[in-house]
Design a protein around this ligand. Structure first.
Ligand code: PBG
Length: 325
């Protein structure tokens, strides 16, 4: 006797019946880059199909996303002026704050998540306040909390700190609570590695560090233990979502934390997207096949929510009933 696993794969109907992993738009978050200025809709060279929008050009895109059934957005801002202290990041009339107001005014049904960090706003491109050549942790916390509060005041539904300072979740939670925003969730970029997979994003957001790297604050992928401490710390400090980033090369981490009681988010980052697009544009791969297979891989590992630049394509395929698996 041997095991006939093929029995349950005998027809499409049967395969559809026994499949136990699903993907739908409720669980996908689409990142958007907004930029100060006018009449800008500029394709990001290293991320074909993704654009930087000025606010006057954003409306049409939002309308399209809504029609496609996209429900959640992650907002990144690119300011005109950068300085040592990233002051445009917490300016009440900053690009993210104004963008969030515009989205909420015209399309209140979008769930708006804002990335809370300083690297797009500092002249040196690091994620916080410098002391010598390193980012000073505790001083940066004050700024991160201030940025988060300004996003929430503008109407953000969720704040997502990506700076990787120790204690930022607690600092944000305290600041939001003191200001009456006890019900605004924090989506913590908890497990975030210093990764080459962010390369295209740094072109997109103009946020590459002008010297050095981010290895004193982002995690070392050669260490297979410290993610436990990051996750524990963020849960203790009051995070509402735990994020793992990048996604595909780190599904072992997702699997290891899949028992936690909070939703797990994976960020399918820029280079993960760009590599697929590049190969697809060369006709080397079946783009939809590759994209869907990787989405299911994330879900199977234990991911609840996926942040992905592919969300718009997936929504289009779903709408046109073009997905064949
Ligand atoms: C900001 C931030 C980065 C990403 C998300 N938020 C860049 C970085 O940490 O250098 C990367 C996203 C992507 O690659 O798609 N700190």
């Amino acid at each position: 006797m041997f095991t006939r696993t093929r029995r349950l794969r005998g027809s499409k109907v049967l395969r559809e019946m026994v499949k136990n992993v699903t993907i739908n738009l409720n669980e996908l978050v689409y990142p958007i880059f907004i930029e100060e200025g006018e009449n800008i809709k500029e394709e990001i060279k290293s991320m074909p199909g993704q654009y930087r929008y000025s606010l006057d050009r954003l409306y049409d895109e939002l309308k399209e996303l809504k029609e496609l059934g996209i429900k959640s957005l992650l907002i990144f801002g690119i300011p005109k002026k950068k300085d040592e202290k990233g002051s445009q990041a917490y300016y009440d009339k900053g690009i993210v704050q104004e963008g969030v107001r515009l989205i909420k005014k015209n399309f209140p049904e979008f769930l708006v998540i804002t990335d809370v960090c300083m690297c797009e706003y500092t002249s040196h491109g690091h994620c916080g306040i410098l002391c010598g050549n390193d980012v000073e942790n505790d001083k940066t916390l004050e700024y991160i909390a201030k940025i988060a509060l300004s996003h929430v005041k503008a109407g953000a539904d969720i704040v997502a700190p990506s700076d990787m300072m120790d204690g930022r979740v607690l600092a944000i939670r305290k600041r939001l609570d003191e200001n009456g925003f006890v019900n605004i969730p924090i989506m913590a970029y908890s497990v975030k590695y210093a990764s080459s997979f962010y390369g295209p994003f740094r072109d997109a957001a103009d946020s590459a560090p002008s010297f050095g790297d981010r290895k004193t604050y982002q995690m070392d992928f050669r260490n297979s233990k410290d993610f436990y401490r990051e996750v524990e710390a963020d849960i203790e400090e009051g995070a509402d979502f735990i994020m793992v980033k990048p996604a595909l090369a780190y599904l072992d981490i997702v699997k290891s934390i899949s028992e936690i009681k909070l939703p797990i988010v994976a960020y399918n980052v820029s280079a993960e997207y760009s590599m697929v697009k590049a190969a697809a544009m060369n006709g080397w791969i079946n783009e939809q096949g590759i994209v869907m297979e990787t989405m299911y891989a994330m879900k199977r590992a234990g991911v609840d929510i996926i942040i992905t630049y592919h969300a718009k394509d997936i929504a289009t395929w779903l709408k046109n009933k073009e997905i064949s698996l």
